[in-house]
Design a protein around this ligand. Sequence first.
Ligand SMILES: NC(=O)c1ccc[n+]([C@@H]2O[C@H](COP(=O)([O-])OP(=O)(O)OC[C@H]3O[C@@H](n4cnc5c(N)ncnc54)[C@H](OP(=O)(O)O)[C@@H]3O)[C@@H](O)[C@H]2O)c1
Length: 305
Amino acid sequence: MRAIALPGFDSPPALLDLPVPQPAPGEVLVKVRASSVNGFDLAVLAGGMRDFMEHRFPVVLGKDFAGTVEATGEGAVRFAPGDEVFGVVMKPFVGDGAHGDYLSVGDGYGMAAVPEGLGLATAGALGLAGTTALDSLTAAKPEPGTFLLISGATGGVGAIAIQYAAAAGARVIATARPGEEADFVRGLGAEHVVDYSGDVTAQVRAIAPGGVPAVVHLAGDAAALTALLTEGGRIASTLGYALAPHPALVSVVADPQPDTLRRLAEDAAAGRIRVPISRSHPLEEAAQAIAGFAAGTLGKIGITY
Ligand SMILES: NC(=O)c1ccc[n+]([C@@H]2O[C@H](COP(=O)([O-])OP(=O)(O)OC[C@H]3O[C@@H](n4cnc5c(N)ncnc54)[C@H](OP(=O)(O)O)[C@@H]3O)[C@@H](O)[C@H]2O)c1
């Protein structure tokens, strides 16, 4: 099968011809139809996961997947061949990624069925960003009618977080540069936009002079954002592992429980949330897709098969 993989540490990603994996007990073999790029791919490429997770080479990149069950391993009874599934690869090592024609993954944690009305391209961009958005909002606990500042609102996680927060009645202040980015976050439900290439603190103070009770931190200066919190406020950060502890800081690690994935899929299928995919690349161009993601993009970059 074709896969975008790293032959070893410090080697660039390449399109390799690898054997189709065999589903282990409890796993299903998925014929991957769509995936998408995430920050995790960049972290693996940069060697950032080297000290934290075992790497099994060749390391196939990719966390998000959507596709069709091709075969089931012993004891994997939740899905049958032909079922459409999506989710997030959550193995305790780096190597069995989604940017390949086939993927063998556990049929429980990190996987759910694709409901009718949800296209596989959308499902392939939903799992990690959607889960992280919901988990960040659970941690930040924005209240209806109060301000929520989302820093890094223009990415995949932020785009979904804006929509859920606005739908729950929070008054979203989103970071975005003027023009296309600002239009993008407003179109998703942001009430205010602050330009992160300028003085974010001054712009937020102009909107909320007393500060904000909740922040979702996906990018930017966490210390400056924390200083904007009102008494008892919370900052939920997906980058919390790299930050100094603070009483207001809640570190978010995405936890793609099947219930969370089902909720996301049903909301996307029903049109309650939009998964903004700015562009897609065929698998052969996954390395360019990853480079494009690193260079900056609005929403998600998809990979098609
Ligand atoms: N802990 C976890 O479990 C977990 C799970 C998922 C994601 N993450 C991390 O969470 C972050 C967000 O994920 P994502 O997939 O949404 O990433 P993303 O698509 O790269 O989104 C980040 C967005 O923030 C913008 N940005 C860059 N610098 C900024 C600044 N100083 N202030 C405000 N915005 C800024 C970026 O714009 P440009 O593209 O123009 O630079 C981009 O649109 C990433 O760092 C990712 O690695 C963690």
